[in-house]
Design a protein around this ligand. Structure first.
Ligand code: NAD
Ligand code: TYD
Length: 349
């Protein structure tokens, strides 16, 4: 079946994997990627598919009502997959307003534009909002986030994502607007901006720089390979039930320090270094304010109801990811020049 889909934030980390998957897997779909190209958006991420006849890039901001109205009018979208966001917790601590603007106001504007364009003709339409497990707050030593877990966001980032989730659900209840939401755990993989833990450590080990570990390093995250998140998004988009929420995760919990030690060992091997050299770069530094202790996802609903599960084990995914960063030196060099240096100095000095 032919469809025209709007993907927002498609030049970012997860968005670029979603765009590639949809462009290649569904030749009958026309994928329109709307992205502002902030520091995190990079058209290099999509070089291999940018010439595809079923792909169009539009540079723009999701808070621009006029632009939204005009692209909804021009392309007559059947669906929206909304990933555009400010996504880094540390940046949300230093500049919360950017998160409120894009994540809350931007989502509100996108909902408004879609509802206005679709009117009463909602047959076959879907507004799919991509969210995070961070909206659920923090866990103790045990327990998992379920779809029914009460929201308890603790950073400006997670509060802005929680707010956008509430708006999306409000549209479902108030206007019977066809929405679906998924909340995913931490992603890792190719094309992730090196402000996040895994690519930051890979980049620093390559450059023999210190590996900054916040607090005692025993904070726990549940890591999922980005390509598995993209396949889950494909699954929820096509099989998800309107009005429902699906948690997505890898059943793959790691304490930060254990993950970084594993990464160091794999890097030593790949770089032909003596075992233990990269671990010497580890430094425990001042903790992140409001740092959530543990995230872990119960992904049984999406497994049982939609038949999705992750495809690879963490050790394999991590080794592939390291290979990608080692093979794509130019990508890493281009995103770490200029503003990145200023950000790094300010964040870690
Ligand atoms: P990212 O920061 O790598 O990419 C975000 C993209 O959105 C960039 O291309 C950026 O240019 C674009 N963008 C930002 N503001 C915009 C605006 N106002 N208008 C248009 N485009 C704008 O983020 P990511 O890690 O790929 O995350 C994508 C989505 O997935 C986000 O909604 C995030 O909350 C969610 N998510 C991320 C993770 C993760 O581990 N990275 C986990 C769960 C959910
Ligand atoms: P991050 O990749 O920023 O993702 P999130 O905050 O969304 O979970 O961080 C993952 C974990 O790693 C988190 O517990 C914070 C920690 N961390 C560090 O210890 N040092 C760092 O330099 C960064 C960026 C993160």
């Amino acid at each position: 079946m032919k469809k025209t889909l709007l993907v927002t934030g498609g030049a970012g980390f997860i968005g670029s994997h979603v765009v590639r998957l949809f462009v290649q897997k569904y030749p009958n779909y026309h994928i329109v990627n709307l992205d502002k190209l902030t520091y995190a958006g990079n058209l290099e991420n999509l070089r291999d598919i940018e010439q595809s006849t079923n792909y169009t890039f539009v540079k723009g901001d999701i808070i621009d009502d006029q632009l939204l109205a005009s692209i909804f009018e021009q392309y007559k979208f059947d669906g929206v997959i909304h990933l555009a966001a400010e996504s880094h917790v540390d940046r949300s601590i230093t500049n919360p307003l950017a998160f409120i603007e894009t994540n809350i106001l931007g989502t509100a504007k996108l909902l408004h534009a879609a509802r206005k364009a679709w009117g009463q003709d909602l047959e076959g339409k879907l507004f799919y909002h991509i969210s995070t497990d961070e909206v659920y707050g923090t866990l103790g030593e045990t327990g998992l986030f379920e779809e029914t877990t009460a929201y308890d966001p603790r950073s400006p980032y997670s509060a802005s994502k929680a707010s956008s989730d509430h708006l999306v659900r409000a549209y479902y209840h108030t206007y019977h607007f066809p929405v679906v939401i998924s909340n995913c755990s931490n992603n890792y993989g190719a094309n992730q901006f090196p402000e996040k833990l895994i690519p930051l450590c890979i980049h620093n080990i390559k450059n023999n720089k210190e590996l900054p570990i916040y607090g005692d390093g025993k904070y726990t995250r549940d890591w999922l390979w980005v390509n598995d998140h993209a396949s889950a998004i494909d699954c929820v988009f096509h099989k998800g039930v309107t009005g429902e929420t699906y948690n997505i995760g890898g059943h793959n919990e790691w304490k930060n320090i254990d993950l970084v030690r594993l990464l160091c060992d794999i890097m030593d091997e790949k770089l032909g270094q003596t075992k233990g050299s990269a671990q010497e770069l580890i430094r425990f530094i001042k903790d992140r304010p409001g740092h959530d202790r543990r995230y872990a996802i119960d992904a049984s609903k999406i497994a049982k109801e939609l038949g999705w599960k992750p495809s690879i084990q963490f050790e394999e995914g991590l080794a592939n990811t390291i290979d990608w960063y080692l093979e794509n030196e130019e990508w890493l060099a281009s995103v770490t020049s200029g503003d990145y240096q200023k950000y790094y100095q300010k964040q870690y000095k």
